[in-house]
Design a protein around this ligand. Sequence first.
Ligand code: SAM
Length: 301
Amino acid sequence: MNGSKVVHIPVLAEKLAEQINLPPDGVMVDATIGQGGHSLLFGKILGPAGVIIGLDVDIKAIRRAQLKLKGLVCKVIVVHSNFSQITKQIHQQGIEKVDFILADLGVSSAQLADVEAGLSFQTNMPLDMRIDKRLKTTAADIVNKADEKFLADLIYRFGQDRASRRIARFIVQQRRQAPITTTSQLAAIVYQALKRPGKRRKRRIHPATRTFQALRIAVNNELENLENLLASAPELLRKNGFIAVISFHSLEDRLVKSDFRKNESQGIYRIITKKPIAPDRQEIAKNPRARSAKLRIAQKV
Ligand SMILES: C[S@@+](CC[C@H](N)C(=O)[O-])C[C@H]1O[C@@H](n2cnc3c(N)ncnc32)[C@H](O)[C@@H]1O
């Protein structure tokens, strides 16, 4: 499957819309436009003088978002760019300040289903994980070339898996026999590494989840990109403008939380969400991908 038929349901959309006050002539930057779900919602609030600038590293997402947002009356500009380049992209459009920056992190349902993306262990795919195909290093490159200690540290740091050393050892043993080239192969190796004979523990998540998360973060420089976005936002936001970030794991959420706190202590932001907003049971039932989502919002003072 190439993922093009998979519909992505925007996460926490209603809760987000309740908190954000966007003027009809406002400028919204959707830093992760994806399939344009959140942009469509806010685009309906914007009038002909309003602007949406959407960014995404995935060229397929860019095309789909353009199609989805075609009917809006506001101006829509979609750019194939990493959000770490947000300031440059906004200035290139002749815009200095914006009213709303949204980042809905992670990957879309379409990307998870896309064989070319190589992100899922549920389906057998080439072990790639580059969301931006302009990047050089794939997950297979790391898994087959990195030394054991580097692999263990990566799985520990970005996957927060305490069995990281054991997983790295199993990976290195396996690749001596043959290169690890598919997601199913890697998932099976991690499964073997974590299997405890005689123990049948009930797991909430698949044993390979953390290792896959670690590799995806490393391949796509996810934390560094988020730090760059957060650092760029204060200068770009107009007074009373909003920044909202939806994150899907604690490493991302921690970065957002500490950035908002730092900016609040310096009188730059007012934190709107004292505690992160999470999806309710109905939303999770309709969209299980929302399960681990956390939304934090701050307003420029
Ligand atoms: C969860 S999806 C966004 C879905 C979107 N909000 C919607 O409602 O359709 C996340 C998107 O962010 C993109 N992305 C991830 N990291 C990015 C980055 N550093 N810069 C730009 N886009 C990025 C992914 O390619 C993906 O399309």
